[in-house]
Design a protein around this ligand. Sequence first.
Ligand SMILES: *Cc1c(COP(=O)(O)O)cnc(C)c1O
Length: 466
Amino acid sequence: MRYISTRGQAPVRDFSGVLLAGLAEDGGLYMPENWPSFSADDLRAMRGLPYADLAARVMTPFMAGSIDPDTILRLCRESYAGFASKAVVPLVQLDSNLWTQELFHGPTLAFKDMALQLVGRLFDHVLNERDERVTIVGATSGDTGSAAIEACAGRERVDICILHPEGRTSDVQRRQMTTVLAANVKNLAVAGTFDDCQDLVKAMFADVPFRSEVHLSAVNSINWARILGQIPYYVAAAIALGAPDREVDFAVPTGNFGNVLAAYAARRIGVPIGRLVVASNRNDILSRFLATNDMSVNGVEASLSPSMDIQVSSNFERLLFELLDRDAAATATTMTEFRRTGKMPVSDAAWQRATALFIGFRLGDDETLAAIRALYAASGYLADPHSIIGIEAAAALGRPGTPMIAEATAHPAKFPDAIEQAIGIRPPLPTHLADLYEREERYSCVPADLSAIEAEVRALVARNAA
Ligand SMILES: *Cc1c(COP(=O)(O)O)cnc(C)c1O
């Protein structure tokens, strides 16, 4: 399988090349040159498979020529073996035609684990074959750093250093990162804001001698492997509820558009998906686009669902490329214009193609709390402030006779303050994290200073080089 950039000016790569490269050199995002296709019989043959085996089957054609099928199967089994649900991504029925698919049974209680547990192992495998090492650096405001750390902890070919703003993450969030004691993990508490942390990471990448000295890399949400690791659960849910012989719909709590793009990919490879609901919080650039063809940047506002607080959805460029019939030059021009003016010019024809499949939905904070409360009162089911937005979207936009599946992206215990606001109870951590507050923490406090942070990264690399 070959991968091409959405902007057409970067080298064509195979899967391993795309995994290690992340962003393409021309600023574009990698996409498979062709969508593989699964027939109705292929899908029927997946009925009843364990999740890891189904995932391997779905992903194998995307890695053809890079990673052999036996290795893919082994890595998938290892990635999902530690999940707290044997089903890995269980479906819970909430109403006669409404299900939620829980994607939060991984080590950090959020759906990022679905892809990242696999991506960490893929890095190790590919780097081992090439006899190389990389150092992953990243900044987090709290809610996503832990998934990257858990993905890399204990991997042989990878070191990881994550910067968080000192004293500005919640205790759960900090502890989910700092209690991972593997020798290849370093947490830095930076005396500054999240923006300072992000700027420092950018500055490390811009420091070319440093960047090549420590083989800097990232596992951010634009990496194709992250999208790929999210396609199989759409296939699994659809098959469990009747595909290929019956159509299904999905509602997806959306931020950077990675998760819902994976749903789109599932449709492209042959899963009969009728409707995709893009559910957002008050940061509703996507639902405004879908309602009125207005993709204009407004600034970010903090909400109760911080992982969906985005100004621009970085993965939207992949959909744009598809809407423009894979015209890379047109995609590049549109993105340049968007960056220059803050408004994306999309033709009526392209917009109509988007609205034929995607529907937007928006839920503000007050409605989010009310919905958590109402669902809990009616059924005893406790949804986190991200997942509830998908569930509300699903309930509002489901179609009679068609199964509607709302993706649940985080465990309620990950956002205890919001849950307490909604129902007056702090949800307990699940068993595998119950002792989180007793575990030893390890992190270093550093000033917001590039050379101090580079020295920490060098020390990490030196420690594990031997
Ligand atoms: C990352 C995240 C999202 C948004 O997913 P995208 O792929 O960025 O659209 C939603 N909910 C939770 C809990 C997340 O961590």
